[in-house]
Design a protein around this ligand. Sequence first.
Ligand SMILES: Nc1ncnc2c1ncn2[C@@H]1O[C@H](COP(=O)(O)OP(=O)(O)O)[C@@H](O)[C@H]1O
Ligand SMILES: [Mg+2]
Length: 227
Amino acid sequence: MNLLELREVSKTYTTRQRTVQALDGVSLGVKEGEIVMITGRSGSGKSTLLHVMSCLDRPTSGSVVVKGKETKDMGREELALFRNSNMGFVFQSYTVLPGYSVLENVMLPGLIKGFPAGELRARAEELLSMVDLSNDTDMDAVNLSGGEQQRVAIARALINDQDMIFADEPTGALDSRNAENVMEIFSRINAEHNKTIIFVTHDRSLSRYADRLIELMDGRIVDGGET
Ligand SMILES: Nc1ncnc2c1ncn2[C@@H]1O[C@H](COP(=O)(O)OP(=O)(O)O)[C@@H](O)[C@H]1O
Ligand SMILES: [Mg+2]
């Protein structure tokens, strides 16, 4: 069974000026433990696809099934809870909250969920060691380098023991050395903790970190779709 499945998903944005078909009949399946890379030119629909797959946004038509659950049938709040328990997010930039320590940044989504602080602290320390940041836990997160901030974001994406990470251009603001480092951390948590990772990039050279490449053009999959 697929961990995540899209069937004939379309997404249209309607503004006052125009209608844009950002996704057009996309079908794909993602298996547990896969690393999937979504690529394509600017405007091809990568972010929209990631948002729809991760239930940050709903499709205009078609079906999104995650862990066997049809997300159409879930209400707004139920979906938000489902997302918070199953999915972690890493974005391109502004990923840490200034004025909070590295440790607090990682604990935050768990505090929102109401987990006991002591338990979260222990878990955050463990996650920070997983991303090689054990020595910086008390520092204000904003003082870390860009690459280190992305590693904080990865640790934070797993604080509720989510089994999927969605990342939109996670290396987009990094130099190549830091980009490699972030990708190596994704590889490691995939290999050692069986986390499923779905990331968007326009950088083709990162495909060596992926099990599968999905290429989009004008909202359609031109390579790597279905199961
Ligand atoms: N909120 C929105 N409102 C209107 N159009 C949008 C919105 N988000 C994206 N689009 C349009 O949908 C298309 C796909 O965008 P996007 O998914 O962001 O592509 P990518 O991430 O590959 O650059 C583009 O034409 C973009 O302008
Ligand atoms: Mg984008």
